[in-house]
Design a protein around this ligand. Structure first.
Ligand SMILES: [Zn+2]
Ligand SMILES: [Zn+2]
Length: 333
């Protein structure tokens, strides 16, 4: 028998103290959990992320869109989400390129996902005239226009897509990429040259999250805005320029004020530590960081959307958002 050398990924699986570098999404449960989280946020039930009435309606609308994402995953046939051929995937991995890149060609079946998402929203639109108008506009786009919107969304350009249309296009693309990412084998995917982009699809992260449980205990991950994969990045490091020298954290004061100084520090479930902005004085950007140690059910995308107050706070302090949230286009009125 020929003895085979272990690949780097296999060596890591043998070492039980190794940090899992890449957590691929559980597509089926992810969107269901996110919709639940968005509704709790909309109802102002999450300590640490207070939500006012203005934002509440939007979050409920996005919860319906995420429900639609979950539903199309259950109803569309698996071939809709087929992976590229194995040789193509291996070639990308060998060259430290993302195996499911957001740039270049995309499977035309994403438009089937898009149509199915709109269909799922029809019942809600019956009681919400504004949503009905948006759905009618989206259905009137021809293939070329829709592909143009997808290009703009994936390149995070605000030109080329109407801000009210963008979340619906983004939702379809997200389902497509998340379903495909979930079929990859995590140890085989290699890190990119830059750790600030998703190793699976090359998109920006939406936010970061400190995970608990198993081998990920206490480690920080960046969650991809497009394919929902999470990749490891050490804590106290800028997720935009990778500098470690001028990092600081800001949070919104929870309702009822900060805990009294006499209370023990490092206590779990501290609302003031659920959502923070990680700012960098080298590149003057920030991304938010959500901490599962303080709220088990944090969802980076949903919590980012609901914590607009934190964006205002750090924006006033002179920091720019490092990248957007797929369910909110910032030039939206
Ligand atoms: Zn990705
Ligand atoms: Zn930076």
């Amino acid at each position: 028998m020929v003895q085979r050398l272990l690949e780097p990924g296999e060596i890591e699986t043998l070492d039980h103290t190794a940090i899992p570098r890449l957590l691929l999404p559980e597509a089926r449960s992810l969107f269901t959990a996110r919709a639940t989280r968005l509704r709790q946020l909309a109802n102002n039930q999450i300590k640490g992320i207070p939500v006012g009435e203005t934002l509440s309606g939007y979050l409920n609308m996005m919860a319906a869109l995420v429900d639609a994402q979950a539903a199309v995953i259950r109803t569309l046939p698996p071939e809709t989400f087929a992976l590229p051929d194995a040789a193509g995937i291996q070639m990308a991995i060998d060259h430290h390129m993302p195996p499911l890149p957001v740039s270049g060609q995309r499977p035309p079946t994403w438009r089937r996902v898009f149509d199915a998402i709109l269909d799922q929203l029809d019942s809600l639109a019956a009681s919400q005239p504004q949503l009905a108008v948006v759905l009618a506009e989206l259905r009137s786009l021809d293939t070329a226009q829709l592909e143009g919107c997808a290009d703009a969304v994936l390149a995070e350009l605000t030109e080329g897509v109407h801000p009210l249309h963008a979340p619906f296009v983004a939702a379809a693309l997200q389902v497509m990429w998340t379903m495909r990412a979930s079929q990859l084998e995590a140890p085989r995917v290699q890190p990119l040259v830059t750790n600030t982009l998703c190793p699976v699809c090359g998109s920006h992260p939406v936010a970061s999250v400190i995970r608990i449980g198993g081998q990920s205990q206490g480690y920080r991950y960046l969650q991809c805005a497009c394919c929902s994969s999470e990749w490891h990045m050490v804590r106290v490091k800028c997720s935009c320029c990778e500098s470690t020298s001028n990092i600081a954290y800001q949070s919104i004061e929870p309702e009822g004020g900060l805990p009294a100084p006499a209370e023990p520090v490092n206590k779990a479930n501290d609302p003031s530590k659920v959502a923070r902005a990680e700012t960098c004085d080298d590149c003057h950007t920030y991304r938010k960081i959500f901490n599962q140690e303080h709220d088990f059910y944090v969802d980076p995308l949903a919590d980012d959307l609901a914590s607009l107050a934190l964006d205002l706070l750090v924006g006033e302090a002179g920091y720019a958002r490092a990248s957007g949230n797929p369910l909110l286009w910032f030039n939206a009125e």
